[in-house]
Design a protein around this ligand. Structure first.
Ligand SMILES: NC(=O)c1ccc[n+]([C@@H]2O[C@H](COP(=O)([O-])OP(=O)(O)OC[C@H]3O[C@@H](n4cnc5c(N)ncnc54)[C@H](O)[C@@H]3O)[C@@H](O)[C@H]2O)c1
Length: 302
């Protein structure tokens, strides 16, 4: 929100969130051009906020992929309905829409994938990712009838600092564990698997690029900063926290899949990521730094 506000100071930005994740800190000190509405996008009442709006960035979702296994029905209902409701509201308001999907829709053994890969490359491993794929199909099938201009972005796993940042995704979680003096918990099969990651700065720039170039062509675009193995992520953290230890854990959505995602399509539109996951790790560890409060059963770094 802050990044977008700085890109376009002339525009008014409206943030809508039901605050289900209690991230009030995201709202602290927002620029004057930003307004906030507390509302659930699956319930009537939020549509009026879209009047006169040029573009809607649809980020509202339950996002913990591993946690989604225990709450599959809730995640599927919320995320799918949210996409349908936001799409309809955006269409009624005459606004274009950026639909956020995820590179977790891919799932293929040791391969390179892009947006054109067939069903053999689309093997979501969680209810969260499965729902993303269903949302994509719904957008593709219904946007025309709604008269909605849209684009779908498959974001890589986000890394980097923001006021409301969460720590359930890989890089942020590892940085948290390292800063707290805890062992990094890596899924047993994941250490050498290659996956796509996205520096938060690049994520914001990609959204700005789409809005400013009006890239609402109904296509799917992979958006990522780089593909890395978990081993590479761990090494980057260890360079800053040499005492780091790694513990292998079992996880229900653990799998043998390793895939490198290509982003040629969005690059061809003139977008080039400039961030780095190493930089995002550095920024996150600096933020947590010596202020980290260690739990009694955690191993102290010093
Ligand atoms: N973070 C990542 O690594 C990542 C990677 C790929 C794609 N994405 C996608 O990007 C989007 C944003 O992700 P994020 O990391 O900012 O997630 P987040 O969990 O930080 O934020 C999502 C927000 O949506 C809100 N929300 C959920 N359901 C809602 C509803 N029905 N009505 C109103 N608000 C609702 C939550 O309160 C939360 O603040 C999601 O669609 C996510 O799937 C994220």
């Amino acid at each position: 929100m802050r990044e977008l506000a700085s890109f376009r100071p002339q525009d008014e930005l409206m943030l809508i969130d039901n605050l289900a994740t209690q991230r009030y800190a995201s709202l602290f000190g927002l620029p004057a051009s930003c307004r906030f509405m507390e509302a659930d996008v699956t319930a009537p009442g939020f549509e009026e906020a879209l009047a006169g709006c040029f573009a809607v960035v649809h980020l509202a979702a339950m996002t913990d992929a591993a946690g989604s296994i225990d709450r599959a029905a809730e995640v599927e209902h919320n995320n799918f309905e949210a996409t349908r409701c936001v799409a309809r509201a955006a269409a009624n308001a005459g606004a274009a829409m950026i639909h956020l999907s995820s590179t977790s829709v891919y799932g293929i053994q040791s391969a390179v994938v892009d947006e054109e890969c067939g069903p053999e490359g689309l093997k979501p491993q969680s209810p969260y990712a499965d729902t993303k794929l269903r949302e994509e199909a719904w957008m593709r099938e219904n946007a025309g009838q709604l008269g909605l201009r849209f684009v779908t972005c498959r974001f890589g796993t986000i890394a980097g600092v923001s006021p409301g940042m969460r720590f359930h995704t890989a890089v942020n979680k590892f940085c948290w564990q390292a800063a707290m003096g805890m062992p990094i918990t890596v899924w047993r099969t994941a250490l050498h698997q290659r996956r796509p990651y996205l520096d938060l700065t690049d994520a914001c720039c990609a959204i700005e690029h789409i809005v400013s170039t009006e890239l609402f062509d109904g296509c799917i675009y992979n958006v990522l900063t780089a593909n890395h193995t978990v081993d590479e992520i761990v090494s980057a953290i260890r360079r800053r926290v040499p005492e780091l230890t790694v513990t292998m854990v079992d996880e229900r959505i653990m799998n043998q899949l390793s895939y490198e995602v290509l982003d040629r399509r969005i690059r061809a539109t003139g977008f080039a990521p400039t961030g780095s996951i190493d930089g995002a790790i550095d920024e996150t560890l600096r933020l947590l730094g010596s202020r980290a409060i260690r739990t009694t059963n955690a191993r102290a770094i010093a």
